[in-house]
Design a protein around this ligand. Structure first.
Ligand code: ADP
Ligand code: MG
Length: 684
């Protein structure tokens, strides 16, 4: 270890935990204090305006100017009372994280120079025009039409950070194409809502809306800022590019769920207290498997809001880490040889009548609905497994997926024994015994009830990328630094498309004269058969599974750029167009941005690696070599040639070895530079 590293380690040992006191009031009394949520709306807006906003949020209809003005006035008053001086449209470009352009509330009161007043009109709330020509757009905008619009998303409450009112917005181009994650996410949520309501109405005509729910689990590493600063690779790429495994890493499994170190505990507490102010319902905190790896998870919520909250908390985590002398690493694989970080996306659907569509029901009718959704989801994941993988794949996540770590680079679904048995049973029963009507003419699954214990009984399979865990699926392949929207757009869209297809097939059978329940049963039965290859309960890390998955025709591609091709396959284009989530033009552009980001990340890593070798590694090697040379020369003076030759044998070998290694390093760096030049030319 170099002198610098000894120094920063010694410094880190001396650091004490920052004192973080819990707020005096109970959490519930300040929860959401910095958000313009329900409570604030009812205080600062008229009843009528609140009602209209709720309608707009539900229907997704555009906002009329009058309402926008009233909301803006209320929001401004609230924000100014909390000390806000600026406002911004907060949006999610296709880079990581979020973007914002701050404007002050001030305007001239009259003629220029005659003093200022604070202003925030409906127009400013509803729309802003950040000159966003430098955001990645995949060719959707030329510089002459570089304008992008951001427009308010009333379904996610505005919030205040650092004296700035942040308004969650979508970000679209002048010509109407989505340039962000939120726009297609809202469309995908809408598509799955409509398609799922139609299917629910087979069972219950009271269902008017189906919500998509997301509960993310955020994994991260904490590194002392001194150690962080001593590593140019961590600093510039978020991961260590050089080094060797620590003699002690996670072999003893003594970190997972262990006692949380004091400095870290203080950090976690402060992040949570801050999160509560923003209405983020943080629930769980614990150590993860790898040393210095931790996890934070809130209670699940509606997908669009939950995703905004995840983006917000990632920035809160980074901000608070600095106060504690830490840096937070959200990279999917910061260190080789120990576990990487994911962001499990727990996902489910639920109706406005309060029924969880992935929760085995209390009544036979609810159970049939449960089976219908379960089987359609399996079909959707089966047919689009390549696309789902593409939705979570990045240069960073590639080090997790397929690297013998949770989860593998092949998408499969884990159901557990009981559910598997249930589907087998349906598959093997005839429609006569399968579905019947009870005396109230409600549909019954003729195969007995689904045991209620199912919820508690789903055995865990940590190696599965898409696992059923009692009342939801857990999409585990999502990376820790990702915007969950990418995965959620894909998942909600494929399920929406599948439910539409299901309805079409069932309706066709009904039109042909078949009874509704029989039609549903027959389609379900067929789907169970077709989607079987996606079901896998074994060890997802094993080589046998790779071979088996290939035999089953699942996508086994491991090269990231090729994986992205799934976005522009004929099937995906059809899927996204039919559901209205992406136009073909948007898909091509998005694919291009993914490619471009991947290329740039690899390019940066290659540059940093080359620089570190030339300016850190080789000088150290040369210095050590010259120390050895000195020592040999001195041997000659002290002992004379014959004895010195003998005594220096090993040292001379080391000197030669160092020269050889330096040559290899130099040649490899040169070769890497040449390879980059070729790649750059190819790209142009
Ligand atoms: P585990 O570590 O066992 O996977 P956690 O408690 O860390 O579980 O996280 C589970 C996440 O799943 C939480 O965010 C939780 O709120 C969420 N969740 C629970 N039920 C549902 C559901 N029906 N739909 C979506 N998310 C859910
Ligand atoms: Mg989990």
């Amino acid at each position: 270890m170099s002198g610098l590293r000894f120094q920063v380690v010694a410094e880190a040992f001396k650091k004490e935990a920052r004192r973080v006191d819990a707020p005096k009031e109970p959490t519930s009394s300040y929860f959401g204090k910095y958000t313009f949520g329900k409570e604030q709306m009812s205080k600062y807006l008229s009843k009528d305006t609140v009602k209209k906003i709720n309608e707009i949020t539900k229907s997704g209809k555009p906002l009329d100017r009058d309402i926008a003005d009233q909301v803006a006035a209320g929001m401004k008053q609230w924000a100014m009372e909390l000390g806000a001086t600026h406002y911004t449209h907060w949006f999610q470009p296709l880079t990581e994280g979020t973007a914002e352009k701050h404007d002050s509330f001030i305007e001239y009161a009259g003629a220029p120079g005659e003093g200022v007043i604070e202003e925030f009109s409906g127009k400013l709330l509803a729309q802003q025009e950040p000159d966003a020509s430098s955001f990645p757009n995949g060719g959707l905008r030329n510089t002459f039409e570089a304008r992008g619009y951001s427009a308010w998303d009333p379904s996610s409450p505005a919030f205040i950070v650092d004296d700035t009112l942040c308004v969650p917005t979508v970000f679209i181009s002048y010509t109407g194409e989505a340039l962000d994650y939120k726009t297609p996410l809202l469309k995908a949520i809408d598509a799955v809502d409509k398609a799922a309501v139609d299917v629910c109405n087979y069972f219950d005509s009271n269902v008017k809306k189906v919500y998509s729910y997301l509960g993310w689990e955020q994994e991260y590493f904490l590194v002392d800022e001194g150690l962080y600063a001593a590593r140019p690779d961590l600093l510039l790429t978020g991961r260590s590019l050089l080094g060797h495994e620590s003699a002690k890493n996670q072999q003893l499994e003594d970190h997972y769920f262990g006692a949380i170190p004091e400095r870290v505990q203080a950090y976690m507490k402060e992040v949570e207290f801050e999160a509560y102010k923003y209405g983020i319902p943080c629930k769980t905190r614990h150590n993860e498997v790898a040393p210095n790896q931790f996890e934070l998870a809130p209670i699940f919520g509606e997908t669009n809001l939950a995703n905004d909250q995840n983006l917000l908390i990632m920035s809160i985590m980074k901000r608070i880490a600095r106060k504690h002398g830490f840096r937070v690493l959200l990279h999917e694989k910061p260190f080789a040889g120990i576990n990487g970080s994911g962001k499990h996306n727990n996902w489910s659907l639920g109706t406005d009548t309060g029924v969880g569509l992935l929760t085995p029901g209390k009544t036979p009718q609810e159970n049939l609905q449960f089976v219908t959704f379960m089987v359609n989801i399996l079909m959707a994941v089966y047919k689009n497994n390549a696309l789902l993988k593409a939705s979570v794949m990045t240069a960073q996540n590639a080090h997790r997926l397929g690297a013998n770590e949770a989860p593998p680079a092949i998408i499969s679904a884990f159901l557990g024994t009981q559910l598997t048995q249930l589907l087998d049973k349906i598959e093997n029963s005839t429609s006569e015994e399968g579905i019947t009507l009870d005396d109230k003419k409600k549909m019954q699954l003729g195969i007995g009830n689904i045991p209620e214990v199912l919820v508690d009984n789903t055995d865990r399979n940590r190696t599965s990328p898409f696992a059923f865990t009692g009342n939801r699926f857990e999409f585990r392949a999502v990376g820790s630094s990702a915007n969950c929207a990418s995965a959620m757009i894909a998942l909600n869209t494929v399920v929406a498309a599948q439910l539409r297809e299901f309805k079409k097939e069932v309706d066709a059978k009904i039109s042909a004269g078949q009874a509704k329940e029989k039609a549903i049963f027959e389609v379900i039965k067929e789907y169970i058969k077709i989607s079987k290859p996606i079901r896998f309960d074994g060890n997802g890390y094993s080589d046998e599974w790779k071979a088996e998955a290939a035999r089953r025709g699942l996508d086994c591609e491991t090269s990231v750029p090729r994986i992205y091709d799934a976005y522009t396959s004929e099937q995906s284009v059809k899927l996204f167009t039919e559901t209205g989530v992406f136009s073909p033009k948007e898909l091509i552009a998005r694919n291009e941005v993914k490619w471009d980001t991947y290329t740039k990340k690899i390019q940066i890593e290659a540059r940093v690696l080359g620089d570190m070798i030339i300016s850190n590694i080789i000088p150290v090697a040369t210095k050590y070599q010259s120390i050895l040379l000195d020592s040999v020369t001195k041997m000659y003076t002290v002992f004379g040639k014959e004895k010195a030759d003998k005594l220096s044998e090993k040292t001379l070998q080391s000197i030669e070895q160092i020269s050889e290694h330096i040559a290899v390093l130099k040649n490899s760096v040169e070769a890497m530079v040449e390879a980059r030049k070729v790649a750059n030319r190819l790209e142009k």
